[in-house]
Design a protein around this ligand. Structure first.
Ligand code: PLP
Length: 394
């Protein structure tokens, strides 16, 4: 195998659905700024630095609530990642004998908490299969609904194929049937605009470290202005810096769900990641256009140049491409991409075994290229050349 030598900064990173890299410089700068000049714990002490830390967190809440169309910044609950937020919503909302509807394209961050509750005899689950690519319909929802159905939990954008569920229609259906609608926006946040009010969504779980370009260890749950918080119990209790004379958990947002010291450095970076998106010429439209250009180019050229190439994602998608090459294992492809060409991609099931069962790629999985706004056509061309060489055994 010919080894293409690269400078470190010529590394090609196509694993942005796992976490985006690189981050915009302002994200890195704000983390360093907080760590160097502020450093204090927000909401705990009365001194100047604690107030500055509190202001960083509040401004970030404001930026995030505006980004997702929520009036109150206090409805933004910070967490460590999308998994954390999904666990809070699943375990906080679902009670004994509740029924929940979900889809075959869910990540294990949804399926595993649900299955754990099911195994304990607490809830029942219906997993909708959707059409041949997993998109669910109103008639399927109608057929799944029971008298004890409490919530619908759906992955907005598949981390395996990139397909997007019809959120507006699902939201309308949930509202009509008086059900709680929880949307997993781990992949869609920062790519597809989401408006909780307009789309009748009760809460969205997001990862701060993927399409929002924040640091790892950031994420959150955004609760709609109209959601009654009595319907969701906290997952953890503890110190909030508020009502310290009381030995019971505060019952107001965000403290109710936000015990323990926050990741202020990460939150500072996350706010800058969102500002970076807000400052793009046409905001998320620019992001979509860029990612779709790379995706379409990659899929179309790969079909022509690489024998045995199979794509499980559409050329019209927004930067998530799952593929296989006949005769080569997915782990062999990504190992060679990394070792011989310095191209970072992910192989396997991407924590979504049910999605692979749905699209027929279980248990081997796929290779996944996931693009960010920093990737280029030149990088895609390099990857196409690398895949061709791997395919030809050179
Ligand atoms: C659809 C989906 N949901 C949830 C998650 C979990 O995100 P996190 O790693 O931030 O916990 C992921 C991660 O890839 C995902 O793709």
């Amino acid at each position: 195998m010919t080894k293409i030598s690269r400078l470190k900064n010529n590394t090609i990173y196509f694993d942005n659905s796992a976490t985006s890299f690189p981050k915009p410089p302002a994200v890195v700068d704000s983390v360093v700024e907080y760590m160097t000049h502020v450093g204090a714990n927000p909401g705990r002490s009365g001194h100047r630095l604690a107030a500055e830390a509190g202001n960083i967190v509040f401004q970030a809440r404001k930026t995030i609530s505006e980004f997702f169309g929520v009036k109150s910044p206090m409805n933004v609950i910070f967490s460590s990642n999308a998994t954390d937020s999904l666990n809070l919503s699943v375990k906080g909302v679902l009670c004994q004998d509740d029924h929940v509807i979900t889809s075959s394209l869910e990540h294990n961050s949804v399926i595993r908490p649900l299955k754990m509750l099911e195994e304990k005899g607490i809830i029942n689950i219906t997993i909708l299969q959707g059409n041949d690519i997993g998109i669910i319909s109103e008639s399927e929802l109608d057929a799944a609904k029971k008298n004890n159905t409490k919530a619908v939990i759906i992955n907005h954008m598949s981390n395996v194929t990139g397909i997007v569920q019809p959120v507006k229609e699902i939201g309308k259906w949930c509202k009509k049937n008086n059900l709680i609608f929880i949307l997993d926006c781990a992949q869609s946040a920062g790519i597809i605009p989401v408006d909780l009010k307009a789309d009748n969504i009760d809460m969205i779980a997001f990862a701060g470290h993927k399409g929002l370009y924040g640091p790892t260890g950031t994420g959150g749950l955004i609760i709609s202005d109209s959601f009654d918080v009595k319907k969701m119990s906290p997952l953890k209790e503890g110190g909030t810096g508020s009502m310290s004379d009381k030995t019971v958990q505060p019952n107001f947002l965000p403290d109710m769900y936000e015990s323990g010291t926050l990741n202020v450095a990460g939150i500072a970076g996350l706010a800058k990641g969102i500002e970076f998106l807000n400052n793009m010429p046409e905001k998320l439209k620019s992001v979509q256009l860029h990612k779709n250009t790379l995706q379409k180019y990659f899929i179309e050229k790969a079909f022509k140049r690489i024998g045995g190439f199979k794509s499980y994602s559409a050329p019209s998608g927004l930067g998530v491409v799952s593929f296989t090459i006949d005769g080569l294992s997915v782990s062999e492809i990504t190992r060679k991409l990394s070792d011989d060409f310095d191209i970072m991609a992910r192989q396997g099931l991407h924590c979504s075994p049910l999605a692979h069962k749905r699209i027929g790629t279980f248990p081997e999985g796929t290779v996944r290229f996931s693009f960010s706004v920093f990737n280029t056509i030149t990088e895609v061309d390099t990857a196409l050349e690398a895949l061709k060489m791997i395919r030809d055994g050179k």
